[in-house]
Design a binder for this molecule. Structure first.
Ligand code: DHB
Length: 318
């Protein structure tokens, strides 16, 4: 009855709701569960050239307003995911490869390898905050430019970029110009808000072990930051590059806010980890209810529709 789908770089995602790379998408069993859920696509854990164990535990904690993690890219390595790709696609929905690197020089070979497999879209993760001693690549616009050019040259599949939150319009302007110039097909915003610290007052310790407790924040904490980045890139890109919004989606109403801000689709991280694959059917149903309330036939009708708030009328005494 309602069209909950979208098309990104020629790939139909229906509904426009999928998991975020990170939780519960590392093993073949987890990816199969996603493929059998009501999600519109399956997104893999960020894969690196070689398999990784990741950082020491405890490296994830649930919080009342979200989550904190410093996982350190635990994954099975790009070759394993390439082997899974045909089998996962055979389950009937698009499969998105998230590709990351520890050393910047490892990113382009990993993307080239992933592009040789059956993935529908490639999402280059240039914003992992949890590798001790390694900066977030996407905070260095020159390094980002080099990597995007090299990645674009080896990737014949649709290529997107997962960006970190930016807190300054000038940074967003520079990155938006670069995305246009390098022919990037979609962006995913935002990755976790990096290097947050949550303290356990009773024990006088951080909640997670790696990096002295510093980790990426997700969930309800980050939704306003995510919405702001979606909106800024929507304005700066004039809708020319589709945006996948991520950060604090728990309900259909949250999804509608991301669509209004300018996202064409959303990903779900913390809430998916907390609720499991059944969350996608609930979210699709809730999004349909919002569309019914707003008398819209399609999720696409909401994309970018945020209105300016009129200035309050002046109320000077007569
Ligand atoms: C990890 C965390 C991230 O936010 C990310 O983008 C990639 C990897 C991690 O620590 O595994």
């Amino acid at each position: 009855m309602f069209d909950l789908g979208t098309t990104i770089a020629g790939v139909r995602l229906d509904p426009c709701i999928m998991n975020a790379s990170g939780p519960l998408c590392t093993t073949f069993a987890e990816l199969t569960d996603l493929a059998r859920s009501a999600a519109g696509a399956v997104v893999t854990k960020s894969m690196t050239l070689a398999p990784r164990q990741g950082n020491p535990e405890p490296r994830y904690a649930d919080l009342p307003q979200g989550s904190i993690n410093a996982m350190g890219l635990p994954n099975l390595g790009v070759d394993a995911y390439c082997e899974f790709s045909e089998l996962l696609r055979a389950l009937g929905k698009p499969v998105i490869a998230s590709v990351a690197a520890v050393e910047p020089g490892e990113l382009v070979p990993a993307i080239a390898r992933a592009a040789s497999a059956a993935f529908d879209l490639i999402e280059a993760n240039l914003s992992c905050p949890n590798l001790p001693g390694h900066p977030i690549i996407a905070y260095d616009v020159d390094a980002l430019a080099r990597l995007l050019r090299e990645a674009r040259a080896v990737c014949h599949r649709p290529l997107g970029v997962k960006l970190p939150p930016y807190f300054d319009r000038v940074h967003q302007e520079r990155v938006a110009a670069l995305l246009r110039e390098t022919g990037i097909d979609f962006i995913t915003v935002i990755n976790s808000v990096p290097n947050a610290l949550v303290i356990d007052l009773e024990h006088e310790r951080p909640l997670i072990h790696p990096k002295g407790g510093f980790g990426g924040l997700g969930g309800a904490f980050v939704k306003p930051i995510a919405l702001a980045n979606v909106r800024a890139f929507y304005e700066l890109l004039d809708g020319a590059i589709p945006i996948i919004g991520v950060g604090g989606v728990y309900t259909g109403r949250d999804i509608a806010e991301f669509l209004l801000a300018g996202a064409s689709a959303v990903q779900v991280g913390t809430a998916y980890r907390q609720e499991g694959p059944a969350i996608f059917a609930r979210l699709a149903q809730e999004l349909a209810s919002v569309l019914a309330e707003k008398r819209c036939a399609a999720a696409a009708d909401l994309v970018g529709r945020l209105q300016p708030l009129p200035a309050a009328a002046e109320t000077l005494p007569a």
